[in-house]
Design a protein around this ligand. Structure first.
Ligand SMILES: Cc1cc2nc3c(=O)[nH]c(=O)nc-3n(C[C@H](O)[C@H](O)[C@H](O)COP(=O)(O)OP(=O)(O)OC[C@H]3O[C@@H](n4cnc5c(N)ncnc54)[C@H](O)[C@@H]3O)c2cc1C
Length: 406
């Protein structure tokens, strides 16, 4: 197994917030506070929130992890980015999912794999919110096992034609461009990643209804019928689609972990607020020891999740600076998976405890704990379900001879 200490000198880890980071985080905090009533309204009306894009584009927050060379890119390092997404996560998993998909699965993947022409063409409008990005890997019969996907492409006259169906695609109905993963027709090797324009003929998106949570988030099914893609829109080397997908998922996991830390923070804040004002049996419920137990556990999980997140962000930053380093990539991949796995479970636990502290009021979607409970459940499923994360983390300790899929 890779030796972490070679790359990650923990004595050098510092999470002191610099003046520049402080300014970005204040900007994010202001935008989140201002946006809260809008998200509240859409949530209670059970509608996809179409105000996210214009609002956060105006706040210059749609290009946080992208180099300043491109449009509205803010060039944030990974720790700043993680802290920003954590703050957004406090607002709810629906809003945070928008950022995870557009910024992490979309922009960061293009920034890593794209050539200069693609980055110059796609990232400026993406960072300004003029071209939202989505990530189309999952299919009706290919989820945890993306290698079994059925979407295929044919190459004719120097152009590609893609046919297939993608399911559960966040921002699928909002996106201008979707990263679509497909095999050459008749093959189950040589997967390629394509940047597909959603305005192309043969492309159709349909919102998925009746979800357990995330009512404000666009989750869609995509239908592709011989959708034409130019050669310039192949992302990464031909045949390297799986590597593109896996690196996108690593970006996404860091972002999910950050959002979940935000959820735990919000559940803790809400619980403390409620327990400090609700009286039962002649005293504040916060004075009852069994209620204190929930709060003590939540605060401990918050600290643990945050430290795992910060460590993952710290190593991710090192990897960003040394992207050809395969050992560092593996260490980062594990750190992001571990942070996501822990934070996802802890966020669901925190939401459950917050609902309990609120009692019947916790059962109302008018209050934040109920929304977190419904919404954060998905973090144990998407971007690598819990069981897949467990296998990955076990492999990190057992070594490659224990690969489950060999
Ligand atoms: C709201 C939402 C948004 C999403 N957004 C996107 C998106 O933007 N882009 C995208 O591509 N996908 C997206 N997804 C899809 C998501 O990534 C998949 O749901 C996820 O990968 C799991 O796949 P699956 O649902 O097909 O479950 P399955 O793979 O069918 O798994 C079902 C169960 O079996 C378990 N399982 C499967 N294989 C194994 C194994 N080998 N060992 C042990 N247990 C196993 C799983 O852990 C799970 O518990 C989204 C999903 C949701 C719900």
């Amino acid at each position: 197994m890779p030796e972490q200490d070679e790359f990650v000198n923990l004595s050098k880890m510092s999470f002191d917030v610099t003046e520049e980071q402080k300014l970005i985080l204040e900007q994010v905090d202001r935008a989140c506070r201002e946006f809260r009533p809008v998200e509240d309204r859409y949530y209670l009306e059970h509608r996809v929130n179409d105000q996210v894009k214009p609002f956060f584009a105006k706040a210059h927050l749609l290009g946080l992890p992208v180099s300043r060379k491109y449009g509205d890119g803010q060039g944030s390092d990974m720790v700043t980015y993680a802290l920003a997404v954590e703050r957004i996560g406090r607002e709810g998993t629906g809003l945070r999912t928008f950022f995870s998909v557009h910024l992490a699965l979309g922009q960061m993947t293009i920034q890593h794999w794209g050539n200069e022409e693609q980055k110059g063409r796609l990232l400026p409008p993406a960072t300004r919110g003029d071209a939202i990005l989505a990530f189309g890997l999952t299919e009706p019969s290919a989820g945890s096992d993306p290698a079994s996907l059925k979407t295929y492409f044919e190459e004719k006259g120097g152009r590609y034609y893609i046919t297939g169906q993608k399911m559960w695609i966040s921002l699928g109905s909002t996106a201008k461009y979707v990263l679509v993963f497909a095999y050459p027709k008749g093959k189950s090797t040589g997967m390629c990643a394509f940047i597909v324009d959603s305005q192309s003929s043969g492309f159709r998106a349909e919102l998925i209804q009746h979800k357990l949570g995330l009512p404000t988030a666009d989750t869609s099914t995509l239908y592709l019928d011989e959708v034409e893609v130019a050669r310039e829109d192949l992302l990464g080397p031909p045949g390297k689609g799986m590597s593109v997908a896996l690196s996108g998922l690593m970006n996404g996991r860091l972002s999910v972990a950050a959002g979940c830390v935000g959820v735990i923070q919000d559940c803790l804040d809400e619980s403390v607020r409620y327990a400090s004002m609700r009286f039962q049996h002649g005293k504040l419920i916060g004075k009852h020891q069994l209620v204190q137990r929930h709060i003590g556990l939540m605060s401990t999980n918050l600290e643990a999740a945050k430290l795992l997140l910060l460590k993952a962000a710290f190593v991710k930053q090192k990897y960003e600076e040394d992207p050809m380093n395969a050992e560092l990539r593996d260490i980062t991949d594990l750190a992001c998976a571990r942070a996501k796995y822990f934070a996802a479970n802890a966020s669901f636990d925190a939401a459950n405890r917050a609902v309990q502290i609120f009692g019947a009021n916790g059962y109302s979607l008018e209050n934040r704990p109920a929304r977190h409970l419904a919404d954060t459940r998905v973090t144990m499923i998407y971007e690598g379900a819990n069981e897949i994360m467990e296998q990955k983390l076990a492999l990190g300790s057992l070594g490659s001879g224990f690969e489950a899929y060999s």
